[in-house]
Design a protein around this ligand. Sequence first.
Ligand code: CP
Ligand code: NVA
Length: 314
Amino acid sequence: MKRDFLDLSSLSVGEVHGLLRLAARLKSELKSGMEHPYLRGRTLAMIFQKPSLRTRLTFETGMAQLGGHAIYLAPDDIGIGERESVKDVARNLSRWVDLIMIRTFSHATCLELAREASVPVINGLTDLLHPCQLMGDLQTLRERCHSLKELRIAFVGDGFNLAQSWIEAAALLGFELRLACPKGYEPKAEFVRCLRQLPNSILTHDPVEAVRGANVVYTDTWTSMGQEREAVKRRRDFTNFQVNASLLSKADSNAIVMHCLPAHRGEEITDEVLDGPQSVVLEQAENRLHAQKAIMLWLLRPSVLDADITPTAG
Ligand code: CP
Ligand code: NVA
């Protein structure tokens, strides 16, 4: 049966660690100048209903480095669910390509695409989750920190797709997650329930409480794609949730600062912190490339997590 990559909660802990090991291996092969066309002749279709810099560039570059080919479908190109039903898009694409990545609004669209496609589907961000970002972030933490399990991670900001993916990751990997958001911007109820069941993890409306003693301080935009009309109100509601030098001083002195990007400088994070010595945001952006190559390789050649791979199609 085909596998998809739609969320983290469908993965086992072993699969997450296997993917992270594979991503590290692909990164070191690339850095040493070794070519690794493990997906020669394979094609990825990328459906974007929202803008992107990192996701588009890393999937397209990653597929090229693996010897395959990626096709970018812009929001107006295929009109998924409007010009043509999700089901028909899924069934047509499955006749031509080996893999589909979708960035869309409703998570239900992503699930329907995966259900109707006979080829693996990757969630490149929905309003519910952003699992590809998490894999790049976990790779960054694996490189930077001794043990993922022992981390205290503070997420300061909107309880939206990124925060919800962090809750999935905490439930799977067992680190401490301290989430601070303004009242009215909590994650969806099922994610709040999940967070409350995790030992040591908290949901608070006080950013200082979340950040105190944290090893990682993470933030995301106050106004996500699709919420632009709420920007003024959100700027007001999130005023006390800025990651700045004062808030960061409450974290562990060796804490690192993470942001999925794009950043809205002067809103959720100051220039001083984003560009400062504790920031690892460009490592995160780089690791999207390696983590997603691992995801694509695993979906198309699942045995890759158990065995050695050779650059022959298979
Ligand atoms: N972090 C992230 O997904 O970036 P893009 O929106 O530019 O793809
Ligand atoms: N929460 C943000 C993440 C961007 C990568 C958004 O959905 O726009």
